[in-house]
Design a protein around this ligand. Structure first.
Ligand code: ZN
Length: 454
């Protein structure tokens, strides 16, 4: 766009205002009903830049939604853009006072609304003011005084005002982005537990091989973790200028707090420890990419996740069968299995190779998300060394399970495996007290990336 980052003079702004008044008059003469005239309040001599364009678009959406919600029909709508800023006009069939109240709701209650200038003009060309409604004037962005009093007395410097306005816009969109990511993470956790059937795992049919948890335990845990995912995205944003590895060090403590939150919600049952770690890294990566203005897509997320955790396998360095203390350390010392740490350090290679491609392929072929996820889980079980299965049995049993699942997939073709056949597997897993919790986590990560993509 030609108007991007162009400096404007005071006389440009005065011309623009004159032109705006002329446009308003012309529209009112044509329609003779209520007009909404909208501009953004951007201090300084550069009015049009990517963030201000985004804020203008958001305002148009918020105004349109507010009108639609009240059943107010928009007779005519137009937007102009010039180096002096964007302007939008809405012609509506409704009492101007009613419209003014609606628009003030946006200005007062939406965080971004503080920088909106929404004028409401009646069919005769009179501007409705706040005092017409006995409502106090808008307060200053920087202090508790009335806005126009501060601006008339030049109480605050231009730099201060510009900084504040940029901050309002950035915070609004960052929070919105973090909320969307956290919703995807929460959705991934809830979908994962609801996918049915899942061999040996808690699902809508049964509690699998578990005696101490059911679907509600997972719901309690998932909902308790949503704020954590939001905080993690915001951390990725906050520390965007650091190296990914340093960001990972900064978010570790949030993960520990999230584990506390999970254990409180579940009465000390571990439902999502692995996903606090892995979805946490994915959320931090998403925030990091967003703030660095890189595409938030699967490839970039996995690449950043890998950079964050590249050295995490060092935790295992020098561990021998004798010195290994935790189950994870023992698995590494004995079989070289690195579990969820290794997954993260590889950029979630199993999700990339055995999760996402098969899920997308099946959905494209018309499978329901439930059936597609159920089959994706089988594919993960067949290909990934699940540490939870080993924990409840042995490496030999894991090999047997993987061989059996692989044979089923190869003989039948994954697309032809029915829900009934997976239910049979479920019974077998329950009979042997097996639970592929590691693969369930990978399924949740697959879902998270799928939701972020869509
Ligand atoms: Zn002030």
């Amino acid at each position: 766009m030609n108007d991007l980052n162009v400096e404007v003079t005071l006389s440009d702004m005065l011309d623009a205002r004159e032109k705006r008044v002329a446009v308003q008059r012309e529209i009112i003469e044509r329609y003779k009903v209520t007009l909404i005239s909208f501009t953004l309040n951007i201090p300084g001599n550069i009015k049009v830049f990517p963030l201000s364009l985004k804020a203008h678009d958001e305002a148009v959406k918020l105004i349109t939604k507010a009108l639609n919600r009240q059943g107010i029909s928009i007779i005519y709508q137009t937007s102009n853009s010039a180096k002096t800023g964007c302007e939008s006009y809405f012609v509506v069939k409704e009492q101007p006072i009613t419209v003014k109240r609606l628009m003030m709701d946006i200005e007062n209650s939406c965080a971004l609304g503080r920088i909106f200038d929404i004028d409401v003009i009646d069919g005769e060309g009179n501007k409705i003011s706040r005092s017409d409604l006995n409502i106090t004037e808008r307060s200053c962005l920087l202090c508790d005084d009335i806005g126009h009093v501060c601006s008339r007395s030049r109480k605050h410097s231009l730099e201060e005002l510009q900084k504040k306005v940029i901050e309002i816009m950035e915070n609004y969109f960052e929070k919105q982005f973090a909320d969307n990511c956290a919703a995807c993470a929460g959705r991934a956790l809830l979908y994962e537990v609801c996918i049915t059937p899942k061999p040996g795992l808690v699902d809508r049919n049964n509690n699998g091989s578990h005696k101490d948890m059911d679907i509600y335990t997972f719901i309690d845990s998932a909902t308790a973790l949503i704020p954590y995912f939001r905080d993690i995205v915001l951390s990725g944003i906050k520390f965007h200028s650091e190296k990914p590895k340093a960001v990972f060090e900064r978010i570790r403590y949030l993960g520990i707090l999230a584990e506390d939150r999970m254990f409180t919600a579940t009465n000390n049952i571990n439902t999502h420890k692995g996903l606090i770690f892995s979805l946490g890294i994915i959320c931090a990566s998403a925030g990091y990419l967003y703030k660095n203005e890189e595409a938030v897509n699967t490839d970039n997320i996995l690449k950043t996740s890998r950079e964050m955790t590249l050295e995490i396998n060092n935790d295992f360095n020098g561990k021998t069968k004798e010195s290994a203390r935790t189950f994870g350390e023992k698995l590494y010392a004995t079989y070289g299995i690195t579990g969820i740490r290794g997954e993260a350090a590889s950029g979630f290679a199993s999700v990339k190779n055995y999760g996402l491609p098969i899920l997308k392929e099946l959905i494209e072929k018309g499978y329901s998300l439930n059936h597609a996820c159920s089959l994706t889980l089988l594919n993960l079980i067949a290909n990934v060394k699940d540490t939870n299965i080993i924990a409840r049995s042995s490496i030999e049993i894991l090999r047997e399970v993987q061989l059996q699942t692989n044979n089923l997939i190869n003989e039948r073709g994954i697309e032809n495996i029915s829900i009934g056949e997976i239910m049979d597997l479920d019974n077998q897993f329950i009979g042997k007290n097996l639970s592929p919790g590691g693969c369930a986590d990978l399924l949740a990560i697959t879902l998270m990336l799928y939701f972020l993509e869509n």
